[in-house]
Design a protein around this ligand. Structure first.
Ligand code: AMP
Ligand code: GLY
Length: 421
């Protein structure tokens, strides 16, 4: 098969790496890709939003399957465009991707179907939102309705911070039109976990659970990022909690989407908080997580091509999916300054000195035969081992051998799992 993966991050590099292991694959393409995807696929210089060009490329190159990585082209309806052109495509249609594209849609869906989530109110008017905010207990969470590269959520511990976040979102428009509407919601206390699932209508095939680290600095300090590191599995979380999340949150949500006439086909990703009252939904994403994918797919034993094809052909229920017992830990190496502004173009050294660690490229480019930084999150370094401690040691050993100017990374990825295991 000829397969085209759309996107340019670590998630897409990990998807390609996993596809590459399948004996059904003839040629892999990535549009637009990065310097890492270029090593296992042919990069195609077409952007994620150039739908017509992507379709034309697929028709011209006998593409048998298109896999869409990022959230924004999904929310913009890229899958509907490929379907109309009769090109097989894996991912949710526009009306199903709205579960991520609009937090208000997601919250109202969960409320309607009694699926556990934080209590909330939604607002389109700043003054009304501010008046409500002033009456709420702290901490309180303010969320831009639309997509904001993982940065549209502020957890506020003081009144000043809360009012500032609301102003930034609704008045200063720091997240653009995503902040025209906001959700103000109850703060949930507990540990977070991510459960991704392959979903086709009411069929749910969960992946092994993972945990992300969103804040930029150690100890969960500093502003939120797209994710600074992940690990899987979660030895300190009882299987009963994972099962409860699947039964009470993910399966009912898949069912609700069918009932709403928006059947979901693709990866449904639940961001969950394990509260003292059980798991509750923080968010839903309509795609693979980044960097969750980097630790989950290396543990997948089933052929990923088979899973995608079964979904597209309405046979996902026939597939048994199995996972390796091995643990995986991903440490993100980011540019100095991220998630704020940062300089780019620094040469990256040590990439070929990482032993058996996997290095998934996120923000890299090739310049004059050299690999250089070109994004906020630059690389995801993945260590694998018999348990989290071993995987973590390997990831950090490899991460320490890679250098570029301004490199920053968290040093406490997966530390929680060690303390509580
Ligand atoms: P989101 O982009 O919706 O995943 O939110 C980003 C991060 O903000 C989450 O990973 C949580 O750490 C935090 N967060 C979001 N909503 C809540 C909430 N209701 N209570 C506590 N933390 C939250
Ligand atoms: N790592 C969180 C996300 O992909 O949204």
């Amino acid at each position: 098969m000829n397969i085209l993966v759309i996107g340019r991050g670590g998630r897409e590099h990990a998807i390609l790496w996993s596809l590459k292991r399948s004996d059904k694959v003839k040629q892999l393409y990535c549009a637009p890709g990065n310097a890492g995807t270029a090593q296992i696929a042919e990069n195609v210089d077409i952007g994620e939003f150039e739908f017509d060009k992507l379709v034309q490329f697929s028709l011209d190159n006998a593409i048998d399957l298109v896999v869409v990585g990022p959230d924004d082209p999904l929310a913009a309806g890229i899958v509907d465009v490929f379907e109309a052109a009769k090109v097989p495509v894996y991912g949710p249609r526009k009306n199903a991707a709205e579960i991520e594209g609009s937090k208000i849609f997601m919250k109202n869906l969960l409320k309607k179907y009694n699926i556990p989530t934080a209590k909330y109110e939604t607002f389109t008017d700043y003054e009304t939102a501010l008046a409500y905010l002033r009456e709420q207990p702290l901490p309180i969470v303010i969320k831009a309705d639309g997509l904001a590269a993982g940065k549209g959520v502020t957890v506020c511990f003081t009144r000043e911070q809360a009012e500032e976040a609301l102003r930034e979102t609704m008045v200063s428009k720091s997240f653009g039109a995503a902040g025209d509407k906001v959700v103000i919601e109850e703060f949930l206390e507990g540990q977070e976990m991510s459960i991704l699932a392959f979903v086709d209508g009411e069929t749910v095939r969960p992946m092994s659970a993972a945990q992300d680290h969103k804040p930029v600095f150690d100890g969960d300090k500093g502003p939120n990022t797209g994710g600074m590191g992940t690990y899987s599995p979660l030895p300190h979380i009882p299987q009963s909690i994972i099962d409860e999340s699947i039964e009470n949150i993910i399966k009912p949500t898949a069912k609700a989407m069918v009932a709403e006439g928006r059947p979901f086909r693709g990866v449904l990703f639940a961001g969950l908080m394990i509260t003292k009252d059980g798991p509750k939904t923080i968010e839903f994403n309509a795609r693979f997580g980044d960097p969750e994918t980097q630790v989950v797919l290396p543990r997948l034993k089933t052929d990923l091509v088979d899973i995608f094809l079964a979904s597209i052909n309405g046979r996902l229920h026939d597939i048994e999916i199995s996972w390796s017992d091995e643990a995986a830990v991903c440490v993100i190496l980011a540019s100095g300054g991220y998630p704020g502004s940062y300089p780019k173009g620094f040469p990256i050294k040590g990439l070929d000195n990482v032993g058996d660690a996997l290095v998934f490229h996120a923000g890299t480019a090739e310049k004059d035969g050299e690999i250089v930084t070109s994004g906020g999150r630059v690389l995801g370094v993945v260590g694998r081992g018999a348990d989290i401690a071993q995987a973590r040691a390997k990831a950090y050993e490899a991460a320490d051998r890679i250098h570029f100017e301004g490199k920053q990374n968290r040093t406490d990825i997966a530390a929680k799992a060690l303390v509580q295991a």
